[in-house]
Design a protein around this ligand. Sequence first.
Ligand SMILES: Cc1cc2nc3c(=O)[nH]c(=O)nc-3n(C[C@H](O)[C@H](O)[C@H](O)COP(=O)(O)OP(=O)(O)OC[C@H]3O[C@@H](n4cnc5c(N)ncnc54)[C@H](O)[C@@H]3O)c2cc1C
Length: 484
Amino acid sequence: MAYDAIIIGAGMSGLAAGIRLAMYDKKVLILERHYVAGGLNSYYHKFKRPFDVGLHAMTNFVPKGTKRAPLTKLLRQLRIPYDSLQLCEQHGSQIHFPSAQLDFDNDTETLRAEVRRAFPDQIDGFDALTKRVLAYDDTSLDTQPIPSRVILEEHLSNPLLIEMLFCPLMYYGSPNENEMEFGQFCIMWKSVFSEGFARPEGGVRTIIDLLVKKFKELGGELRYSQGVAKILTKEGKAWGVELECERGLTKISTKPRPRSEHAEVIEAAQILSTAGVPETWAMTDGLSTEEPKEAGALTFMESIACLDIEPRELGADKTIVFFNRQETFDYVRAEDYADLRSGVICATNNYDHATPLPEGVLRVTSIASWDKWSAVAKPEPYGELKEKWYQGQLDAMEAVIPTLRERGMRDHITVHDVFTPTTIFHFTRHQRGAIYGAPEKLKSGITPIAGLFIAGTDQGFLGIVGAMLSGISIANAYFLRAGA
Ligand SMILES: Cc1cc2nc3c(=O)[nH]c(=O)nc-3n(C[C@H](O)[C@H](O)[C@H](O)COP(=O)(O)OP(=O)(O)OC[C@H]3O[C@@H](n4cnc5c(N)ncnc54)[C@H](O)[C@@H]3O)c2cc1C
């Protein structure tokens, strides 16, 4: 049975693209290797409780009815009512360096007032930079990349302030070490500083369930535990996919393999891959005339600690703290298993939830090393190393928020879980566990193979809202044009 479109991956971008196509009566199939949807932002159950894989914050929060905002646009495109996201706003976040702290929240004036307080001689430059960022058209699919550091230095003379502004934006969206492409910088600035953070009541599952339900109601077909092994091409045009013989999350090679007689083949007029650029090239058996793009080097480890107390009772009253424990911020691949010099602490309870969470939750994220973690044998010493680095992450949290130690945080931890770059690879197949994908983005979404397009992380719109917008834009541009 031939489809109008096959989408590889049921992450945020794949589901959003699927909804757009199904809405316009395309016969569309989403194939997902995992047994749940959500991709890099999914959920799982352990210790009799649900855990979000990554979600600290849904960036791009705007109040209901805000015009021309990405969130408003995406909900209109998907015909999903704003209220169904059940968004709870953040209490307030912080950029925390040893010699300065800047608070920010969903009101842009808060950060501006903080910059004026901590860096009074920089406020004019900060205002000029803000204006320039807001004027930048980051929706164009064919802009040329320019580095942002040089632009920041045009407006700001204080290196500490530059590092402080980079810290949250790189942590939430840079696949590049110590630099961000300016378009990406503007997208992240708008989504973090101009718009803001919220969390759906119920966590990321609320969004995933909404998207899956909508897609199915529109007649879309979604198959779990069915990974694509190959994208089949003839005379430079994609015509279908071959499924992996082993279903689900078992050991799958990303290297080209000979055609299997028993593998299922599914035909489609067009294919949209959300698996990532290098990962998609690997599925084309080298038929792409492009050199494989390099996989990203930046990956994270994250620990989640459940508490029998609210984090704020331990003095953790911010929603998110982006911390750096030295004056310069070094956003580079970790040389050891994790780099504890900087990181992100998220107190999930510190959102305006309608119903308070049943327990306290603190998450801490650190830059990690794919090379180190992928070389470790499982289950041991992998388990031991996870514990060792989890303790290191607790130490880092206590150093940044000293009341955590003073008020005995460790005695309040009931259970904890840790995931590493290899966990991310196992559940998403992103090479090297690269959370923000390849450093070089394919903004146009067009590949050298006719009928094959890229959306999601490697198209360049990051975060869950960005990923959904990417799926929508690529579906609109290449699958829903007249005659497509
Ligand atoms: C630890 C962590 C924390 C994060 N925190 C936040 C946050 O707080 N806020 C935020 O907005 N964003 C956050 N993100 C980023 C956000 O999750 C991603 O930007 C977004 O989810 C990317 O969506 P995507 O659809 O582009 O890609 P993905 O989510 O990677 O989806 C791709 C899908 O394709 C599937 N797939 C891959 N290969 C195949 C194949 N061969 N066949 C079939 N299926 C395949 C994968 O299983 C996956 O489901 C975080 C990510 C991580 C990992």
